[in-house]
Design a protein around this ligand. Structure first.
Ligand code: SF4
Ligand code: FES
Length: 388
């Protein structure tokens, strides 16, 4: 039985009510995954299966999220298909009135499970593809046969009448094939393709040298995306996330810390962003002990960088401080050792030279693949998922 302290929560919430309201909740249902993508944003130390929240707790979290104003839940992982109770969890999200988006590797969800998810009220599916061709895609994923399985699931999603987004993470090994990846998304019947350059947290930070493209490649890719948007206007929506390290200003990471979204980890910790645990000294509260509203309003981690009071110069007096919120706290910490620093991606940061040096550090070196919580290579995990 989970401990729950709703009464104490209501007092605290009145004390600290802030003006921000979350719109999206990332539900990391598990860290288990059959793939081993070298840019995975999951932490290096993955939550164990035994500590994962049960479906009843997720249902309670979804209802609390809806009461807080959340509109959309992203059922994610790891690979959410590794959860035996995914249908039950999806139904709970639907019952809470949330728009349910399944973010899947495409490996580990059968056609029959997908049918049940649709019956449970799933609204949308997002499938990641690693490249436009099977060999390269499977190499990047660290799993032979992944590309074929993704294609099969994508076809099934469209056949069942769900909206499909194809997500492509772009890096050194596939950046030259953006047009081919958009063609693939079109051929699969996707209504949207998201082209996101690697963000260097978690495993991507570990693999930064192997993943970092050259500046010329990034410039060419940006022009290609614009051309593809013109070419395919009205057929598919193309979203693009520019690579931080080549930008002049940082991105408004997660829409600003503690302003728009929250992440719940497999074990129930609630984070302002998926990488927040890399910042030492932050205190994260858990849905096992606190109501979501209490965590949103009062947890030390959410309050640490909310608003502008924590900012030093140059952000504190900068006219863009309410546009990009000083950039990414996790990146600031990763690159300067100080989570309150201006994101070094910003050309106004006194540490901007660090980014300039890293941006030319790409090299053809082997990947360090993401491992399972058990320490086994991800490629052995498919048996665990398909035989359950
Ligand atoms: Fe954004 Fe700070 Fe740079 Fe201004 S100085 S653009 S607020 S990161
Ligand atoms: Fe944590 Fe950007 S990833 S604030």
């Amino acid at each position: 039985m989970q401990e729950f302290v709703g009464v104490a929560m209501s007092v605290e919430v009145r004390q600290h009510r802030n003006t921000y309201q979350p719109l999206g909740l990332l539900a990391e249902l598990t860290h288990r995954c059959p793939l081993g993508c070298p840019y995975c944003s999951n932490p290096l130390h993955l939550d164990q299966r035994a500590g994962e929240l049960d479906a009843a707790t997720w249902a309670r979290v979804f209802h609390e999220a809806a009461a807080l104003g959340v509109l959309q839940v992203h059922l994610s992982g790891g690979e959410p298909g590794a959860r035996r109770d995914l249908v039950e969890i999806t139904a709970a999200a639907h019952a809470a009135g949330l728009y349910g988006n399944l973010i899947t590797s495409g490996v580990g969800i059968s056609a029959s499970t997908l049918g049940k998810l649709v019956e449970a009220g799933l609204d949308h599916v997002q499938i990641s593809v690693q490249d436009s061709g099977a060999d390269s895609a499977d190499t990047i994923a660290g799993y032979k046969g992944a590309f074929a399985r993704k294609n099969t699931l994508a076809n099934e999603v469209v056949r069942l009448g769900l909206l499909l987004t194809i997500n492509v993470v772009v890096h050194r090994a596939n950046i030259e094939r953006i047009p081919a990846m958009v063609e693939l998304a079109l051929s699969l019947g996707a209504s949207r393709v998201e082209i996101a350059h690697v963000q260097y947290y978690g495993w991507a930070l570990e693999n930064r040298a192997a993943l970092m493209p050259e500046r010329e490649q990034v410039t060419r890719a940006a022009a290609q995306v614009e051309e593809l948007r013109r070419l395919h206007h009205g057929r598919i929506v193309i979203d693009a996330v520019v690579p931080d390290y080549y930008a002049r200003y940082p991105k408004p990471c997660v829409g600003g810390w503690g302003r728009r979204s929250l992440n719940v980890t497999p074990s129930g910790k609630v984070l302002p962003c998926h990488a927040a645990e890399i910042i030492p000294g932050l205190e994260f509260w858990n849905v096992k002990q606190h109501a979501l509203a209490d965590i949103w309003e009062n947890s030390p981690a959410f309050r640490a960088f909310r608003g502008v009071d924590w900012m030093g110069e140059p952000c504190a007096s900068c006219p863009r401080r309410d546009i990009d919120f000083g950039g990414c706290r996790c990146q600031a910490f990763a690159l300067t050792g100080d989570a309150t620093a201006t994101d070094p991606v910003c050309h106004l940061s006194p540490h901007h030279d660090v980014v300039a040096k890293l941006a030319i550090a790409g090299a053809d070196v082997p990947y360090v693949y993401r491992r399972l919580a058990s320490g086994r290579p991800s490629s052995t995990a498919i048996a665990e998922i398909t035989t359950r």
